[in-house]
Design a protein around this ligand. Structure first.
Ligand SMILES: O=C(O)CCC(=O)C(=O)O
Ligand SMILES: [Fe+2]
Length: 411
């Protein structure tokens, strides 16, 4: 591709400078997942978006709405099967990855804006933990509300308490930790491991609310997650999943005819058998995370394996700027499928193959905020959200930790 834009030239200059002394063998031992991450992360050479699956390009009605200004991928990168959801919208399954479901544009523009407001105003605040709470003393109204009230207000580092017990290793940012997959048999021993909080950094400086807001990276949903051990800390109790999110996730799970998806599946579903037969009644989200990505942020390959429920649907909602999502296999040696996720898309990861598969987000695409987040005429309060969302993607990632009949024996 010949590109004479200033941005391309700058990225090329930067690339030549940083790679001048690079080992020519670099990359030879990368797993296929690592190679794909590197490819999509790179500023130079720019990634090949024609290799990214983009199912919105199939829907003639949505093209003007969602494609405007967005570099589109291709609809035939991998084999998909189209189906109609119970609510009449379109969904896709992937024969190579049973249990992976994509519902493009499942959320209306209104619902997307509502969920963005919820993530910032109602959710990223006490009692929910955020990454910023580890190092800063945040007001209980949370970083967003504090920032809206006075962006110049200064927040101070959290002091290290002499008498407190802390985790000995730094938990964040999210790293490659291959933690023990939890299951009903080892639940008790894993649950009994002590989970001291991570130590506040001794080097962070006081900062203004508006400087800290772009550093908001995650906010916990439901059961508290302990990043150090990569296990839930059930001793801290549970915060109910907010009704809006709960209903949305249940609605997404109930909109799929699971019989159509799994009836001929022969995988090993573990001790509870193929529990998909009951998901319409039993699926109950109780944990998760809201991820906030600025356009330079990425999420490395990982498996979400801390939930006792190893097959129950994980519902993942994309909001704001688009992203490349990589869906791999049970090891990093499987070549991942790159999927373009846009605002309003819902991904469901379910069943033994997909729920234990590696996945990650190597790229957030700049300038891909949809029109319905830019030209909002009927809501004057939207302008502050628009400014923030201009450089942001939000992902609401919701799980079910406990199977319905499992009694964790918690107080
Ligand atoms: O941002 C996404 O689309 C995926 C996030 C994710 O995989 C996670 O939170 O575990
Ligand atoms: Fe994940």
């Amino acid at each position: 591709m010949i590109d004479s834009s200033q941005a391309y030239k700058k990225a090329r200059r930067q690339y030549l400078k940083t790679t001048r002394n690079r080992d020519p063998n670099i990359g030879k031992d990368w797993t296929p997942f690592r190679a794909a991450e590197k490819h999509f992360k790179a500023q130079f050479p720019p990634p090949d978006f024609t290799k990214v699956l983009d199912l919105a390009t199939l829907d003639q009605n949505s093209i003007p709405k969602v494609i405007a200004g967005i570099c589109a991928g291709k609809p035939d990168v991998v084999e998909t099967r189209k189906f109609s959801t119970k609510s009449g919208s379109i969904g896709y399954t992937f024969p190579v990855m049973p249990g992976l479901i994509l519902l493009p544009g499942f959320l209306s523009p209104e619902k997307q804006r509502e969920l963005i407001k919820w993530s910032l105003v109602e959710h990223s605040r006490h009692p929910n933990e955020t990454n910023l709470d580890i190092h800063y003393l945040l007001p209980s109204e949370g970083i967003w509300n504090a920032c809206v009230r006075d962006g110049t207000a200064v927040l101070h580092p959290r002091p290290i308490e002499a008498s407190a017990e802390y985790l000995t290793q730094d938990p964040g940012p999210r790293k490659l930790i291959d933690n023990t997959p939890i299951n009903p048999n080892n639940f008790e021993s894993v649950n009994n491991v002590s989970k001291p909080p991570p130590p506040p950094s001794s080097t962070v400086q006081a900062a203004t609310c508006s400087d800290l807001l772009p550093r908001l990276r995650w906010a916990n949903i439901g059961w508290f997650y302990h990043w150090g051990t990569k296990q839930y800390d059930f001793s801290k109790g549970k915060i109910p999943v907010h009704d809006t999110v709960r209903e949305l996730c249940k609605g997404a799970v109930q909109s799929v005819d699971w019989n159509e998806i799994f009836a001929s599946d022969t995988s090993d579903w573990g001790p509870n058998g193929p529990d998909w037969v009951n998901w319409h009644e039993d699926y109950e989200p109780d944990a998760g995370i809201v991820n906030f990505y600025q356009t330079k942020d990425t999420l490395m390959a990982h498996v979400d394996r801390s939930e006792v429920c190893a097959t129950s649907p994980l519902v993942s909602i994309s909001l704001g700027n688009a992203a490349v999502f990589l869906m791999g296999g049970l090891t990093r040696d499987t070549e991942p499928i790159p999927i373009l996720l846009r605002s309003g898309d819902v991904v469901i990861m379910s069943g033994p193959a997909c729920r234990r598969a590696y996945h990650g987000v190597p790229r957030i695409l700049e300038n891909t905020l949809p029109r319905h987040m830019i030209d909002v005429v009927d809501d004057p309060s939207w302008s502050i959200y628009k400014d923030y969302m201009n450089s942001t993607r939000i992902n609401v990632n919701v799980r079910q930790v406990f199977p319905k009949e499992f009694d964790p024996g918690l107080p």
